[in-house]
Design a protein around this ligand. Structure first.
Ligand code: SAH
Length: 278
């Protein structure tokens, strides 16, 4: 595996770019483990964000129908086209994933299942997950490697330090679970943070129902805006009296912080105030 990196650097003069979160996975066992958890088969189309040197891409290709892999760094193009260009079921799109129209990109393919499998560029983890959700793809499984600290926030429960608006966003759409941790020496170059692989399964039925999803998440972000502040301070622009009336159901008042509230409670508050608005 390290041979791939050596070739990339010596034959193709590739220079690693920190700004794009380039830490390439070089551990065969980890690659196999990720693919095994991804639940892909010959009817599955897989979306990968960040081709890198194509190590995960290569591991996926034999097991799925089609891989669409996005890579922003044109410096990888000569290598990837030469070494991987002959794969019939691989399309590499050299562009910023965040700017793509995914529906258009997949339109030409037929498939029964769709999955996202990727070792993400960590600096844009949240925008990538948000985009995947908002594009409303028929996704079954998302298996992604992310930074350990971000994983803690994604999976956090109420009344913990890591619990925030992102935890609520994920919980709203997915059943999320941590699969395993990955050591720094499994990458080249080794990153300065720890990594974990997680699986997100889209909920068939939503945990809570809200009148308007975008407005609900905006409300949640406001509620968590300053973590040390109470709802009274963070939600100044919302009808505080009505919020207090809902909080009283659970014996709380406006001095509570958002981190003390579950997704069900936040949804109940939001639904109440959204109904009463003109
Ligand atoms: N999947 C590879 C690479 C992981 S490193 C592996 O496991 O080895 C993350 C990769 O994402 C890098 O190759 C980086 O260039 C790419 N990348 C960073 N930002 C991107 C963006 N906005 N769109 C597409 N690719 C991006």
């Amino acid at each position: 595996m390290a041979i791939i990196i050596k070739e990339l650097v010596t034959k193709y003069n590739f220079v690693f770019k920190k700004k794009w979160g380039q830490n390439f996975l070089i551990d065969n066992n980890i690659l196999k483990k990720i693919v095994a958890h991804a639940n892909v088969d010959k009817d599955t189309i897989v979306i990968e964000i960040g081709t890198g040197a194509g190590t995960l891409t290569r591991a996926l290709i034999p097991y799925c129908k089609q891989v669409i892999s996005y890579e922003i760094d044109l410096g990888l193009k000569p290598y990837l086209e030469k070494e991987m260009g002959s794969n019939k079921n691989l399309e590499i799109i050299f562009d910023d994933f965040l700017n793509r129209d995914l529906q258009k990109d997949i339109a030409q393919y037929s498939y029964k299942k769709m999955a996202v499998v990727a070792n993400l560029p960590y600096y844009i983890t949240t925008p990538i997950i948000t985009k995947i959700v908002n594009e409303d793809l028929p996704l079954e499984d998302i298996v992604i490697m992310i930074q350990k600290e971000v994983c803690e926030r994604l999976l956090a429960k109420p009344n913990t330090k890591a619990y925030n608006s992102l935890s609520i966003f994920i919980d709203y759409y997915f059943e999320a679970r941590k699969l395993f941790t990955v050591k720094r020496h499994s990458f080249w170059p080794p990153p300065t943070v720890d990594s974990v692989v997680i699986k997100l399964k889209r909920r068939k039925e939503k945990k809570v129902s809200v009148t308007n999803e975008d407005a609900f998440f905006k409300f949640v972000r406001e509620a968590f805006k300053y973590k040390r502040k109470t709802l009274k301070n963070n939600l100044k622009n919302y009808p505080l009296e009505q919020i207090e009336a809902v909080l009283q159901r659970w014996g709380h008042d406006l001095m509570i912080r958002a981190e003390g509230l579950s997704i069900e409670q936040l949804a109940a508050i939001y639904n109440k105030i959204s109904q009463e608005k003109p």
